[in-house]
Write a protein of this length. Structure first.
Length: 101
């Protein structure tokens, strides 16, 4: 490996679920690494990016109509849950039963 490729660049910020952050800390301890960055770099070295197939589901925007009361309720819950309106709608639609009523 050339010395130029070993030079550490500026931080890369990305979103992870808490379970993966916990796993990083756990692996850091068990592997004797000093930082989360070292764990991520090791994971990248060992991972086969060529053979992986990330899960991907196509998305499409839709527009729906709702009452002002429903919109306000949705925004209130999104703020309270610290998430997006879209994420709450995806959860609601996914949890919708086929039974009416």
């Amino acid at each position: 490996m050339a010395s130029r490729s070993k030079k550490i660049s500026a931080p890369l910020t990305f979103d992870l679920p808490l379970s993966l952050i916990s796993k990083i800390h756990s692996r850091r301890k068990t592997l004797g690494l000093k930082t989360a960055s070292e764990v991520v770099r090791l994971a990248m070295e060992r991972f086969d990016f060529e053979r992986c197939t990330p899960p991907s589901e196509p998305h499409r925007q839709i527009s729906v109509r709702m009452t002002a009361k429903q919109r306000a309720m949705l925004k209130r819950h999104a703020k309270k849950k610290d998430t997006s309106v879209g994420e709450l709608l995806r959860l609601a639609i996914d949890g919708l039963s086929a039974k009416r009523g």
